[in-house]
Design a protein around this ligand. Structure first.
Ligand code: NAI
Ligand code: MG
Length: 500
């Protein structure tokens, strides 16, 4: 069946047919050099609009606008209550346009629109409100000091958090709006200014966010949105001397480049990178619950989730039953376009990603993996790959070591708790992990010993605005969400005063 028509594209024709411009200061502008890039609909492969391709000149303008806004008393002297109010207004605007934004996200990324409304948009709205609360709760400390060098002196000391300055926010294509807001909201809560560069595959909701930020009443230049390629616009932004901090979510390879470049100019940086997260199923877990849990952990958002449960370790006593259950479940999932509410697995984000995922399944086969189901490119326009379950693999297999970032599960048996922990930790990554058991002691021993920034017990991929999120090992540096993400946009200034 050829699916070549996306009703959501029709519905949002007025947005899509206009020339997509970039937000720099108070203006919407084309790239100075006039270059543009096609935006393709993952459900059909057809061009739906074009975005501007920024180069160094555009980045320079955007950073300058952010720099000016950072110094402008309208923003620099704004009271915390006013920053809180602006964020609450922004949250209300996003909520008012939530259906539209979810549909744009589906058009751009391919994800199921209903799921985007539920997860991406609700997550975005509540996170902005949560961050609004922090705007009025930023505090330093007063400290008792002795000053050994001056035994007769009396001193008073305090710390005062200051916004870090101009923030470059570079985000990926898997949760475009939510990843942008994880960076933009705490930056605005603390009084920073931002240049946001969305992924070239998925820039539409970031542009719409730019409009809503202006509508909410933010001063010009507090948020700038530039579109373009990573190696060009992204790299220029990271290298720009007037940027104070880079916050990035994406691949380990790009993250390393950004970290090196940032250190060169002493920029602060936060890196949220990839994962190959283990999910451990203990023998006491009911099979049906393990099957459901594992399928959700890997297939949610087409597996394009940095915390996806992509390495499944199952106790040998239930291994065959659980893997067969997941394969049956996967084969039943409806693969289709994101606008169709019956769809459970949408298209992948791009032709490149669909090919990459299929190539990994082939690599798995060539290494001796047995493909229980899926891993096939669907014979129709668009970037559809059926959800796959691979067994007869081990921790040396490339499909187990490397992040595939698609609907591909690798499953392996284990015999003892000790072995499961060792297998889980035998990875360069350390973003997330989960254990499924009814045994409290086992659960807490695993939570203690599995190397991960976030660990779940009897659930997976569950996030909250108040719970810090980030990786250990190759999965990144720093934390987002919670108070941790406020701290990531503040510098501590220490003040000492002589009293006598
Ligand atoms: P990427 O990490 O290269 O791109 C993410 C963002 O960084 C995009 O906005 C891109 O334009 C920008 N970027 C790329 N190169 C840059 C550079 N040199 N300087 C500054 N910014 C740069 O990821 P890509 O190429 O889209 O995907 C490749 C693989 O990375 C995926 O297959 C997946 O395995 C992984 N990935 C992981 C993500 C995560 O959330 N952990 C998100 C996206 C991709
Ligand atoms: Mg890349």
């Amino acid at each position: 069946m050829a699916v070549s028509h996306n009703p959501l594209v029709e519905k949002h024709r007025s947005f899509l047919t206009r020339q997509q411009k970039m937000l720099i200061g108070d203006s919407w502008v084309d790239a100075a050099a006039g270059h543009t890039l096609a935006v393709l609909d993952p459900s059909t492969g057809q061009e739906i609009t074009r975005i501007a391709l920024a180069d160094e000149t555009d980045i320079d303008r955007a950073v300058e606008a952010a720099r000016q806004a950072f110094r402008d008393p309208a923003w620099a002297d704004m009271k915390p209550t006013a920053r809180q109010k602006l964020l609450l207004q922004l949250a209300d605007l996003i909520e008012r346009h939530a259906d539209e934004l979810a549909e744009l996200e589906s058009i751009d990324n391919g994800k199921v629109a209903a799921a985007a409304r539920m997860a991406d948009l609700n997550g975005t709205i509540e996170f902005v409100r949560y961050m609004a609360g922090w705007a009025t709760k930023i505090s330093g400390e007063t400290l008792d000091v002795s000053v050994p060098r001056l035994p007769d002196g009396k001193f008073f000391a305090y710390t005062k958090p200051r916004p870090v300055g101009v923030v470059a926010a570079i985000v990926p294509w898997n949760f475009p709006l939510m990843m942008a807001i994880w960076k933009v909201a705490p930056a605005l809560a603390t009084g920073c200014t931002v240049v946001l560069k969305p992924a070239e595959q998925t820039s539409l909701t970031a542009l719409r966010l730019g409009e809503l930020v202006r509508e909410a009443g933010y001063p010009a230049g507090v948020l700038n949105v530039v579109t373009g390629l990573g190696a060009q616009a992204g790299a220029a932004l990271v290298e720009h001397p007037a940027v104070d901090k880079v916050t990035f979510t994406g691949s380990v390879e790009t993250g390393k480049l950004i970290g090196k470049s940032a250190v060169e100019s002493m920029k602060r940086f936060t890196l949220e990178l990839g994962g190959k997260s283990p999910m451990i199923v203990m023998p006491d877990m009911p099979v049906e619950q393990a099957v459901q849990g594992a399928a959700n952990a890997i297939f949610y958002n087409q597996g394009q989730v940095c915390t996806a449960g992509s390495r499944l370790y199952i106790h040998r006593s239930i291994f065959d039953e659980v893997t067969r259950g997941i394969a049956d479940h996967a084969a039943q999932l409806t693969v289709g376009p994101g606008h169709d509410s019956a769809t459970r697995i949408g298209p992948l984000v791009s032709e490149e990603q669909a090919q990459r995922v299929c190539r990994y399944v082939e690599i798995g086969r060539s290494e001796g993996a047995r493909v229980l189901t899926g891993g096939e490119r669907l014979d129709r326009p668009g970037y559809y790959v059926s959800p796959a379950v691979l067994v007869d693999v081990d921790n040396r297999s490339r499909v187990v070591c490397e992040e595939i970032f698609g609907p591909v599960l690798t499953a392996m048996p284990f015999d003892t708790e000790e072995e499961a922990i060792a297998l889980a930790n035998d990875s360069r990554y350390g973003l997330a992990g989960s254990v499924w058991t009814r045994d409290l002691a086992v659960a807490h021993r695993m939570a203690e010993r599995v190397e991960a920034g976030i660990f779940w017990i009897n659930c997976h991929n569950v996030l909250d605005p108040n719970l810090p999120f980030g990786g250990v090992k190759a999965s990144g540096i720093g934390r987002e969400l919670g108070k941790a993400s406020i701290d990531a946009y503040l510098e501590t200034k220490s003040v000492m005063m002589r009293l006598a």
